[in-house]
Design a protein around this ligand. Structure first.
Ligand code: HEM
Length: 541
């Protein structure tokens, strides 16, 4: 007995060494993947830039379901429409969780950010509320907001054409702040808005550092003191500043709601929901605050990619303009009623979402809550599951000549974006940029309308052409140069944006001036009286 007791430390040591040697190795029954090294697995092969290209290459080599071993964690990568449908959609009860994100969710977000929340009762409660703001009926009621912001965007494209990126961004940002908080941002430089949106880029930057990922892959590292791991301290500080900012906006909205002075918006609903459900002000602040980040850059990056496609594919631009001219004519701007007749314009939107999917690898991986089997392979409990959007969109069997911007791929696809995502026949889904399963983007209906109004009206009003360099050559951007991050867009490029005719230019100016005079307070530039856009609890979905 005494001998056995003496041997215990040795046995424990052997067990630890054996365990250590299993870290980083791919068990035989997992989906295939690139060869691993002990302890680190595939970490050394993780690309620092343009990860989507390497993830696509691996898909071609190892098939539509492959695995990566990242230290102590496993990542399953789904690179076919079929696998996404069969796992993320059909088994969404198992596949709607998120992996633990220590820096991103715990430290930076105080576990309050809905996008990164696990599949818990708290997430379900938040999701239900967000659905009331963004369901298809509610989305229709925001069209007057979209139209106003869109008119300002077009006006700025006439008056400051070189700043078109900022005009596009203001359009989607102002729309989101109006829907969520009931106030709009009249300029891109608006301090309130800048503060809110600058925080997001800082958040994204911090989370993209290799260290943040490393701590997730080797949780033991989080016990290191802050002086050895300064990213922890930075993340805590960031959360403090962010929470204060969100709380300020939320508490003001709550006060105005109770006083009956708020413009119709999501926060009105949130006040009622807080009363019924009893969640904290911190949680309410994060639900409203993080809606802004989910809703803004995604939409503006897609519109920016559309303008780039028009620059690079003048024939497509001409064809789309011909359709708009035929259906809408010279004397008015396109509106939502024109949508069914503007099938090529709709196809341009779907093709933009396919060709430059802003959530290039599905934004944040899903995670699976119990062991599951797919095509003979084990998908282990807690594995992260990546929706490899780029690879699906660039599979030549699904989309021949995939790098070509060719809206005719969608010429017969009359499905709304939401209907296409829900189509039981996965080959008929148009694109995967809005995610899948129970976590699918709840903003899809609002985004569809913002994109339609943005795209159809730019086509109606403007020609997009290359600028010419000193040697008389057109300056054309490389569409494969994308910004890095979980939401990406084309790297900044130049374009010559000119009104298509004097009368269109004048109409754009007149429309904006009339809207400004009629709808906005001359000093604050806020809505004088919000149009009949009832917030969602007053709407029967
Ligand atoms: C082109 C525009 C947009 C794109 C491409 C997009 C894409 C996405 C994607 C890929 C996800 C994660 C889905 C998943 O995990 O499978 C997501 C989540 C989300 N999106 Fe969007 N989105 C867009 C616009 C919007 C808008 C306009 C709003 C709201 C105003 C919004 C609100 C949200 C929210 C709240 C989530 C978190 C959902 C959750 O984790 O349960 N999005 N979006």
């Amino acid at each position: 007995m005494a001998v056995l007791v003496n041997l215990l430390p040795l046995v424990a040591l052997v067990a630890i060494v054996i365990k250590l040697f299993t870290i980083g190795r791919r068990p035989k029954n997992y989906p295939p993947g690139p060869p691993t090294l002990p302890i680190i697995g595939n970490l050394h092969q993780m690309p620092k830039r343009d990860a989507h290209l390497q993830f696509e290459r691996w898909a071609r080599e190892y098939g539509p379901v492959y695995s990566l071993i990242l230290g102590t964690k496993t990542m399953i990568v789904l690179s076919s429409d079929k696998a996404v449908k069969e796992l993320l959609d059909k088994k969404s009860g198992l596949y709607s969780h998120r992996q633990e994100m220590y820096i991103g969710q715990e430290l930076c977000s105080g576990d309050l950010r809905i996008l990164m929340m696990g599949y818990t009762p708290r997430w379900r409660m938040c999701r239900k509320m967000v659905h009331t703001l963004l369901n298809v009926s509610a989305a229709k009621s925001y069209v007057p907001y979209q139209i106003l912001e869109n008119k300002q965007m077009l006006y700025e494209m006439v008056t400051e054409p070189d700043r078109f990126l900022y005009s596009i961004r203001r359009y989607s940002n102002a729309l989101t702040t109006t829907m969520v908080f009931g106030w709009r941002s009249p300029t891109y430089e608006d301090e309130k808005m800048k503060q809110l949106f600058d925080g997001f880029s800082e958040f994204a930057e911090l989370n993209q550092t290799g260290t943040a990922a490393l701590i997730d892959f080797f949780p033991i590292l989080r016990y290191l003191p802050d002086f050895l791991l300064p990213v922890q301290k930075k993340a805590r500080e960031m959360h403090k500043v962010e929470k204060e900012l969100y709380l300020t906006h939320w508490l003001k909205a709550k006060k105005d709601t109770l006083a009956g002075t708020i413009a119709r918006c999501f926060c009105e609903e949130l006040v009622a929901a807080q009363k019924a459900e009893g969640f904290s002000d911190d949680q309410a602040a994060y639900i409203s605050g993080t809606l802004l980040e989910a809703g803004s850059d995604t939409t503006s990056s897609t519109l920016y990619a559309f303008v780039q496609a028009m620059l690079l594919y003048p024939d497509v631009q001409r064809k789309a303009q011909e359709e708009v001219d035929r259906v809408v004519g010279e004397g008015r701007l396109p509106n939502m009623d024109d949508e069914p007749e503007l099938q090529f314009v709709r196809a341009c939107i779907k093709e933009t979402l396919r060709w430059m999917p802003t959530t290039i690898m599905g934004a944040v991986p899903h995670a699976v809550t119990q062991d599951d089997y797919y095509e003979g392979y084990l998908i282990p409990k807690n594995a992260g599951v990546v929706n490899n959007v780029w690879a699906i969109h660039h599979d030549p069997a699904r989309h021949p000549d995939p790098r070509r911007f060719n809206p005719d791929r969608y010429k017969d696809d009359r499905q709304s974006l939401g209907d296409a995502a829900a189509n039981p026949d996965y080959s008929k889904r148009d694109q995967f940029t809005f995610g899948a399963g129970r976590r699918i983007c709840p903003g899809i209906h609002v985004a569809e309308r913002s994109l339609f109004l943005g795209v159809s009206r730019i086509l109606w009003g403007f020609n997009v052409e290359p600028k010419i360099d000193a040697n008389g050559k057109p300056i054309l951007p490389d569409p494969d140069r994308l910004t890095q991050g979980f939401v990406c867009m084309p790297e900044e490029y130049e374009a010559k944006i000119t009104p298509r005719s004097e009368s269109k230019k004048q109409r754009i100016i007149d429309e904006w001036k009339a809207a400004e005079a009629e709808c906005l307070d001359p000093v604050t530039k806020q809505w004088l009286q919000v149009p009949l856009a009832p917030t969602t609890s007053r709407i029967k979905a």
